[in-house]
Design a protein around this ligand. Structure first.
Ligand code: XIL
Length: 378
């Protein structure tokens, strides 16, 4: 068949029109869809971490997105020890209260984060002015005051607490934190007991990063068994799931089975998938990890190449297939943020990069990964 140049141009135009129509249809499908929380309502809760800025700004479009897609929220920072006190030691409730008010108003499942952690807590909690450690009894007193006050304040409103965060170290031994040095396992046992005494209905979790990996999983299981032998009220296991495109997802399935064999419900508490080149040996989520900015470590400032976008979508899809398969064991999957523009991974572990780890892009539009997760439920 002989096609003239004019005919060819007309055909290209028709293809473009068709492509535009399909795109418009896809957008309509997206906006008509009921959202992730509805799609996964028979599987598990779908959560997002919300920053104090998001809560403060109350951007109507973003709020509508949160309400459409998510039924659980976690405060990204405002309930951490270091955020809850003024310099003079008095309580600073404003952001945490605003978070709880937002969740209550919209009837969302809320998770408190976190009662016991080595990060985002001042050294002065553990040390005297002369730089020496305070006594175990003194630290226990501070821990009790802290946990009982905050758990009591939000009792009946927060459904669950990340009681202790990251107590196992990267060497798969108990982390040598100030908490652990002064209190040993009592740091954890007391934290769970105190939270449980104040709010017996709250679901209490242990939370950590990289704990889907076999060695850290084993160290965590050993720790949990010690706690359980002491009758510690621990109900759930949080895998933060700060992962990368290379992460071995089979580890998640093995971990879901292993942790739930301890009688614990499984939560993915801080899910995001880092697409940027990793310049360190281990993708470590320990927040003090820092590396220098170099342009080659930030290759996608002008947009994510299609190939990587597809890899990201596939990784999300593969992970969710495992989660759906074990939906009887998995209670919740929470993303660490809503959209790429506000992800902590733009600044961690290198400041000022352009990362693409979440389901919504910088314009808050759903990404191919989002549609894959929706398609899994069609
Ligand atoms: C991160 C926040 O997203 C950042 O805004 C903050 O600067 C550092 O902490 N594991 C956790 C979370 O349990 O609390 C951390 O959140 C990410 C790693």
């Amino acid at each position: 068949m002989n096609i003239s140049r004019r005919q060819l141009l007309a055909m290209t135009g028709a293809t473009a029109t068709l492509a535009a129509t399909l795109k418009a249809q896809a957008a309509a499908k997206a906006s008509a869809a009921t959202g992730l929380k509805e799609a996964y309502k028979d599987d598990f809760l779908i959560g997002a971490a919300l920053s104090a800025t998001i809560i403060k700004q109350q951007d109507p479009k973003l709020m509508a997105l949160v309400n459409k897609e998510f039924n659980s929220i976690t405060p990204e920072n405002c309930m951490k020890w270091g955020e809850l006190y003024n310099e003079n030691g008095s309580w600073k409730w404003q952001d945490a209260d605003a978070f709880v008010e937002f969740g209550s108003k919209h009837n969302l499942h809320m998770v408190g984060h976190t009662l016991g952690w080595h990060s985002q807590i001042p050294d002065s909690v553990f040390k005297n002015q002369d730089g020496n450690y305070i006594s175990k009894a003194e630290l226990e007193k501070k821990q009790k005051a802290h946990i009982t006050t905050i758990v009591e304040r939000y009792k009946g409103k927060l459904a669950a607490w990340d009681v202790v965060n990251e107590a196992v170290g990267d060497d798969n031994k108990m982390r040598d934190s100030h908490w652990y040095k002064i209190m040993g396992d009592d740091f954890l046992v007391n934290a769970f007991n105190l939270a449980h005494e104040v709010d017996p209905k709250a679901h209490l979790m242990y939370n950590d990063y990289n704990n889907e990996r076999p060695e850290k999983r084993q160290a965590t299981i050993d720790m949990i068994k010690r706690l359980q032998q002491r009758g510690t009220p621990i109900h759930g296991l949080g895998m933060q799931a700060h992962i990368g495109l290379q992460t071995n997802l089979q580890d998640f399935e093995d971990s879901i089975l292993a942790y739930s064999a301890l009688g614990l419900k499984i939560h993915l508490t801080e899910l995001d998938i880092d697409v940027l080149p990793s310049v360190w040996n281990l993708p470590v989520a320990e927040i003090s990890t820092r590396f220098e900015y170099k342009p080659e470590r930030d290759p996608y400032t002008k947009g994510l190449p299609k190939k990587v976008e597809t890899k990201l979508a596939k990784a999300y899809e593969s992970l969710f297939k495992i989660l759906i398969k074990h939906r009887d064991k998995v209670d919740r999957v929470t993303f660490w943020g809503v959209s790429d523009d506000a992800s902590w991974l733009n600044d961690f572990p290198i400041k000022g990069r352009t990362n693409y780890p979440l389901l919504f892009d910088r314009q808050h539009a759903p990404k191919p990964a989002y549609f894959r997760l929706m398609d899994l439920k069609r």
